[in-house]
Design a protein around this ligand. Structure first.
Ligand code: FES
Length: 73
């Protein structure tokens, strides 16, 4: 793959995004949630059970909408 190509840049950005914290309460990164969805999680409850994202003190008020959006894709 050509370094600096748009495809390589997109891959690089995906990796960076996977390290971003989605659930601030439990410090769960986007990549962890993506793996849960790829592994069969189909609802917020599934993601909560598998990753602990959404189980913090805010009750998924902050991360729930982001997780829901990820599930819709
Ligand atoms: S940010 Fe995920 S439970 Fe609070």
């Amino acid at each position: 793959m050509d370094p600096g190509s748009p495809e390589e840049e997109r891959r690089r950005q995906e990796v960076i995004d996977s390290y971003k914290v989605v659930c601030l309460c439990n410090k769960i990164r986007r990549g962890v949630i993506q793996r849960a969805i790829a592994g069969g999680a189909r609802s917020l409850e599934d993601v909560k059970r598998q990753t602990r994202a959404g189980t913090g003190p805010c009750g998924a008020k902050r991360c729930g909408p982001v997780i829901a959006q990820m599930l819709r894709r």
